[in-house]
Design a protein around this ligand. Sequence first.
Ligand code: SF4
Length: 345
Amino acid sequence: MTKQIMVGGVPVGGGAPVTIQSMTNTRTDDVTATLEQIRRLAAAGCEIIRVAVPDQAAARAVGKIKEESPIPVVVDIHFDYKLALEAIAAGADKVRINPGNIGSEDRVKAVADACRQRNIPIRIGVNGGSLEKEILAKYGRVCPEAMVESAFGHIRLLNKFDFDDICISLKSSSVPITMKAYQLMSQESNYPLHIGVTEAGTVRMGTLKSAVGIGGLLAMGVGDTMRVSLSADPVEEVYAARDILRAAGIRREGAELVSCPTCGRTRIDLIALAGQVEERLKTVDKPITVAVMGCVVNGPGEASAADCGIAGGVGEGLLFKRGQIIKKVPQDQLVDELFALIETL
Ligand code: SF4
């Protein structure tokens, strides 16, 4: 089992539930917009949020963001240790920084000391696209072994200053490399692992790559916290993360949609119907399974494992609960009747 770190009040590792993270894409120094986005993300199920800190204005904004954020705030720093110190002083709950990239050892020590004093962890975020030159020269290419070696280099630097409140990520845009790197790391250390596939792409392909990479790792018992990276509204990342956790059997929170693939018996626009139900289910946090089926003959029976559902027929459909038909409903009222039933569950 990995060791546990605390990100604000949220435990990561050591058997704690796998948490969902995302990252804001507003300007961090625009506190109002950033907080508005954090609230939307938290409402969707995000449990830890990261904000980019590219300059002093962003570092100064961290204090105000922290005051009102409903979830712990991680600051993302590249290279500039002064920004790290400022954001730590402003109350960041965790710092993502690679100690090997911030210059002289006294700078690393300053960041490690500041984090220790405030009792906050550091995430070392190895990225396959920005490995150290020496490591790339040694391995000749980006590979899992090179990424793990890079992580241990950063870990050693922090350990040198007696700092070990660390979590690790080893992201690459290649799913097989990412998966192998995390597997190796989990064999060679017990640091909690922040898992994800980086630059995964747009919603469809990015979700698929993340589902395979993150979901595959979770199925093997690897991973303590996760971020799905998508070129999209970050709320989509949270929805995708929730679905991956559910598909991997890790969480049962929130409603799950099952819908039939349609066939020659389908006489309704099932695809649109399933889309409507899926959209409305995003705000339902009961751990239920809801079925949307394409015909009244086979639908209720095929979906008997679902808690409730609808099956579409010609002009009217059926509302059912655990395989038992409750009533016939005109087609245009099917979705509303379904959600009225969900209310009662
Ligand atoms: S539920 Fe009905 S429409 Fe859907 S796949 Fe099964 S038989 Fe076909």
